[in-house]
Design a protein around this ligand. Structure first.
Ligand SMILES: [Zn+2]
Length: 174
C-alpha cells in the first residue's frame, strides 16, 4: 500500500532523513519489491562515489596523446598532396622563365637583358620589402635613432666649423 510513496522517495536524489530511513527499512522487512529497490538505490549511490580504476587517467592520457599524434599525421598527409599540387602549379607557371633559364646560353643578348631586368626587379622588390621591415623596426628604434642623428649632426657641424676656421686661418697664412 505504501510502496508508491517509498518508490518515489527512493527515486528522489535527495538523501533520506533518519526518520524516513527507519520507516523505509521497516517497510522493506515485509516488502521484497521495495527491499530490492532500496538495494539497487544503494548500489547506484555507491557507484557514483567510486573513483576511476587505478591508472585510468594515465591510460586515458596515453590514448589521447596517441590520438593527437594520429591526427597530426593525418593533417600532414593532407598537406603533402596540396604542397605537391602547389609546386606543380608553380612549376607550370614558371616554366617559360625556367625554360629560358635552362637554354639561356643559346639566347640572344635581349634575353640576357630581360633576365637582368627581371633580376633587378626582383632585387628592387626585395629591397622594398626589407625597407618596409626596416620601417617597422625603426618605429621601435625611432627615439634612439633621433638621438644618434642629433648628436651626429651636432658633431658634424662642430667638426665642419672647426675645419672651416682652420681653412680660413690657413688661407690667411697665419
Ligand atoms: Zn513496498
Amino acid at each position: 500500500m505504501q510502496c508508491r510513496f517509498f518508490e518515489e522517495q527512493l527515486s528522489n536524489d535527495a538523501p533520506l532523513s533518519v526518520e524516513q530511513r527507519q520507516k523505509l527499512e521497516a517497510h522493506t522487512l515485509h516488502c521484497s519489491s521495495c527491499a530490492a529497490l532500496m538495494t539497487t538505490d544503494e548500489t547506484l549511490r555507491r557507484a557514483h562515489m567510486l573513483s576511476p580504476a587505478d591508472g585510468f587517467v594515465a591510460r586515458f592520457e596515453t590514448r589521447l596523446a596517441l590520438w593527437k599524434a594520429a591526427e597530426r599525421r593525418r593533417k600532414l598527409l593532407g598537406i603533402i598532396p596540396f604542397s605537391v599540387l602547389g609546386f606543380a602549379l608553380l612549376l607550370w607557371l614558371a616554366w617559360p622563365y625556367l625554360d629560358g633559364f635552362l637554354t639561356w646560353q643559346a639566347q640572344p643578348i635581349s634575353v640576357w637583358l630581360q633576365w637582368g631586368a627581371f633580376l633587378l626587379a626582383t632585387a628592387l622588390t626585395s629591397l622594398r620589402a626589407s625597407l618596409v621591415v626596416l620601417g617597422v623596426l625603426a618605429n621601435f628604434l625611432t627615439p634612439l635613432l633621433w638621438m644618434a642623428a642629433i648628436s651626429g649632426a651636432a658633431g658634424l657641424s662642430l667638426i665642419s666649423s672647426i675645419s672651416t676656421w682652420r681653412l680660413i686661418r690657413a688661407s690667411q697664412g697665419t
